[in-house]
Design a protein around this ligand. Sequence first.
Ligand code: HEC
Ligand code: HEC
Length: 346
Amino acid sequence: MDSSVKNVTVFQYLIIILFIAGGVYLALRDFQMQSIGEKHTTPVMQQSVTKNGPITPIPLQIKLDERKVALGYRLYHDKRLSHDNSISCASCHDLQKGGTDQARYSTGVENALGGINSPTTFNSGFHFVQFWDGRAGDLVEQAPGPVHNPIEMGSNWEEVLSKLSKDTQYIEAFSGIYAEGMNPDTIVDAIAVFELSLFTPNSRFDKFLRGDTTALSKEEQEGYRIFKEYGCVSCHQGVNMGGNMYQTIGVMEDFFQHRPLTDADLGRYNVTKEDYNRHQFKVPTLRNIAITFPYLHDGSAKTLEDVLAIMWNSQLGRSLTKDETIKIILFLQTLTGEYQGKPLAE
Ligand code: HEC
Ligand code: HEC
């Protein structure tokens, strides 16, 4: 009798200890998430995704440290970040070309040709992960990638720092903002904060979402209805109309049946080596889609008509009438927003 009472108390003690341990774990985990949130600026933006429906308008304002934005702008356009001083981030993510290079594949240092289409940097802060295969968690993790990539900028931090530290304007700007001055972390931070400033509110569609029913024509509204009704919105959703999940290309039909596979085609599989991730990609944003051609991870679709045929057959397994195609395209063309108060395209 005695010993069983004792056992119960031991058991109760164990439960209490487990509770305390659980509490400590949760507190620590929250703490860690907060500190990551502070350091890596992107999660702040992700909060605005999908609260009020499948698609939410891009915020009209995002509060950022303007000194970092200005410094990041310079770095983003600075060719000294590449080995032979020939390529900047803007070479492949040109703000005049919808944040892309409008080429099937990008050309890096010494004319090296990449094997995957360059996505837009506009609104990239809203994505839940970066790159087509999600191999970078956020913009801070993403930025060192191209600097080191031999077919992009082909450089390294030592080389970049030795060049940039000869520039007294940089030295002054960095030490004015960061106690530690210029180093790889602060370079990346400034670039990432600049990228957060690349949000494009006020598209006609966003005005419509905010209640201005005259912002879209009848056909464009029809296109939006078809977009929702036929299930595009099940993948292209959230504030960025994409960028918040992985999906397989070729859900209904083998997208790759007509050509040999490339490494890039394996998508998320390259990161996880899990079979179910084969051909999975982060669903791309549809924001500013009219000007970010060519389309798809392999840049194989030149026009929105081409993509639609593929989305239709590969992703939805049904076909679209000519009239429906026209209406969806008219709708997609209303997604072009404004950067710094000016339309990205007329
Ligand atoms: C030579 C062309 C090239 C250069 C230079 C380049 N990029 Fe990229 N960028 C790409 C390509 C191609 C991808 C897609 C790669 C992938 O997903 O595997 C990409 C992906 C990205 C993404 C992810 C976007 C998304 O939707 O997932 C961001 C952000 C980005 N680049 C920012 C930068 C920054 C910042 C720089 C400069 C430090 C830079 N890029 C330099 C070609 C380039
Ligand atoms: C099952 C999920 C899914 C559905 C449904 C879907 N898409 Fe997609 N969409 C994707 C994925 C994944 C990609 C990228 C595929 C790739 O690059 O290989 C993509 C790419 C696109 C692109 C090209 C974006 C770019 O920048 O390259 C457009 C445009 C597009 N979809 C529009 C639509 C429309 C319109 C519909 C409805 C008719 C639709 N999608 C339905 C998942 C989906």
